[in-house]
Write a protein that binds this ligand. Sequence first.
Ligand SMILES: [Cu+2]
Length: 221
Amino acid sequence: MSKLQKWFLVIFVLGSSWISPLVNSATLVVSVVDDNDKKVRDAVVYAEAVKSEQVVDAENKKSIIDQRDKEFIEYVTPVRLGTAVYFPNNDNIRHHVYSFSPAKKFEIPLYAGTPADPIVFDKPGVAVLGCNIHDWMSAYVFVSKTPYFLVTDADGRATIKNLPSGDYDVQVWHPKLKGSGKATNQRISVGKDGSISLSFVVKLKRLWSPRRAPAMSVGGY
Ligand SMILES: [Cu+2]
């Protein structure tokens, strides 16, 4: 290696060490409990960049909300804005899925199997799903503007990986949340690699929900 080549190597190595801080990212570990300290599952945790351009992801995003044993699976499905959601019916009876929510109004009239066309969720917000035949069937689609979101598990936990450097507003939404997600806001700053832990305490409403049909009618319509 000539002297000149060595100098180029030194400049290259120094140069890369200057560039690397730009690709730092953190893991965000979130726990959500209610005001009785009970772990809250099915809570959507989302991190929005404070300086964000909120561009719809151009990638083809797909998701599935299953229907099994006359229930929607999952109860809460967070999706990125623009996601196409398929609604396969895995029961041997027909379902009739609908939403009247401003975030997405749609209807898939009585059907069996998987409808050919998915429903594209193209507005941010929450769509409440129901089934015309089975009143107790309900589910929620949370349409997120940000790519950084997850839903909490049975332990009330969610781990969002690879959050790039920057400032974020982290908020929580749940179907039974009292007040708006905005009120839960916590601002974080990601500067270096590592992990950030956040705890949320949320107040949940008691929601009335229709009872499932009596066992006698299972296997009926
Ligand atoms: Cu149904």
